[in-house]
Design a protein around this ligand. Sequence first.
Ligand code: NAP
Length: 436
Amino acid sequence: MRHFAIVGSGPAGFYTAEALDKAYGGAARIDILDRYPVPYGLIRFGVAPDHQSLKAVSKRYDKVAESAGVDFIGNVTVGRDVSVAELLDLYDAVILAIGAPHDRKLGIPGEDLPGVVGSGEFVGWYNGHPDFADLDPPLDGTHAAVVGNGNVALDCARILSKTRHEFEGSDIVAHALEALDRSAVRTVTILGRRGPHQIAMTPKELGELGHLEDSAPVVEADDFPPVEADDALEPGQRKSITILREFAATPPDPAKAKRMVFDFFAKPVRIEGDGKVERIVVERTELDEKGAARGTGETYAVPASLVISAIGYWTPQIDGVAYDERGTKFLNENGRIADRLYAVGWARRGPTGTIGTNRPDGYEVADRIAAEMPVEGGFDRTGAAGLKQLLASRGVMPTDYDDWRKIEETETARARPGSPREKFVRAEEWLQTLGR
Ligand code: NAP
């Protein structure tokens, strides 16, 4: 019997567990560890609450967790409660699937002013991540700015622009719903340091902006290259640009109170304000011969009492695990970090790709492990039994999948009408639900 520990219960962790379970056909025990008693990582804490169809993928992960060879072990923080070296003693292989939860910094003056938040913090706040329950983003000003031209920037801008009514059916947490309902924000400026052709937004997500109840997109036609240039784009990107061109050709509906302004060729240079953010100063850019943003020297201020930087994420380092400083992920070769130590998902590739990208990624690493570690052979590892003993000696009480179901049932039972759940937003509430 082989024993595997997967650290992190997000999409990358679950696809890898599914793949290992299949590859070993019952001859392996797979433990998925998470620092929280609630699984699914990015699905719970990252995917936008108004994108419930994307969250439905967790049903597939439920099936994996319920399969005989797989266990969920929550409430265990690797690096604090147990080290990677200890896990390697207990398991045949350890697979790090910890994602990339930390916000990249803009690295410009004024970034530390109150009112400047990372997208991970903002998204965590409206999605009930316990680390950001008290973020309290300032929503009392009329202007907000979101830096970045990726899908996360779109998520943040859309959430700031929706009406209470548009959150029906979502699982946005109550504190965020109430705060957004009271919000004074009327203009959300989305800042891109390059042009429309360089956006990292996908058509479906972009198209949604054209159908918001009380907000209209504003795009400058002058920002586009001649329409013939779109022919060279790959089909998905061409679709996105076509949507942006439609936005540019449509005057914003005067009946809508809010605007979502796309400000292209605008590179943040500093953030200013008296004790809190009041504006973000940007430099006009143009594309250089390599397609990078080159400053023109012209600067202007964009008013904003909330600035959200949505410019990517990084994976935290773990003692003793090789780290790729430039790429902000673990140093690995096709998923292999060191002997019996692997990485999957964003911890392997960096913070790009959709949830579905993690499936082939996890299967590839699982197949590699299966090829390197046949069912027979290796040392006799103790797996979960040894881990639980070690944790008990340290006063750590892990939770299991049944505990999660109890939490889930309670969250479902206390949901407001039409919403699938009302998440607990404090870590101690999860444990209280379990009578701890
Ligand atoms: P992303 O797609 O990599 O976009 C990051 C954006 O930040 C880019 O536009 C980048 O511009 C910009 N940027 C980086 N550094 C900057 C700086 N210093 N100043 C100004 N702008 C800067 O990352 P993401 O939006 O965080 O998304 C992460 C992944 O999750 C993506 O693969 C995304 O598609 C996926 N995702 C998918 C969904 C969905 O399917 N619904 C939702 C959310 C996220 P440059 O191009 O100029 O570098």
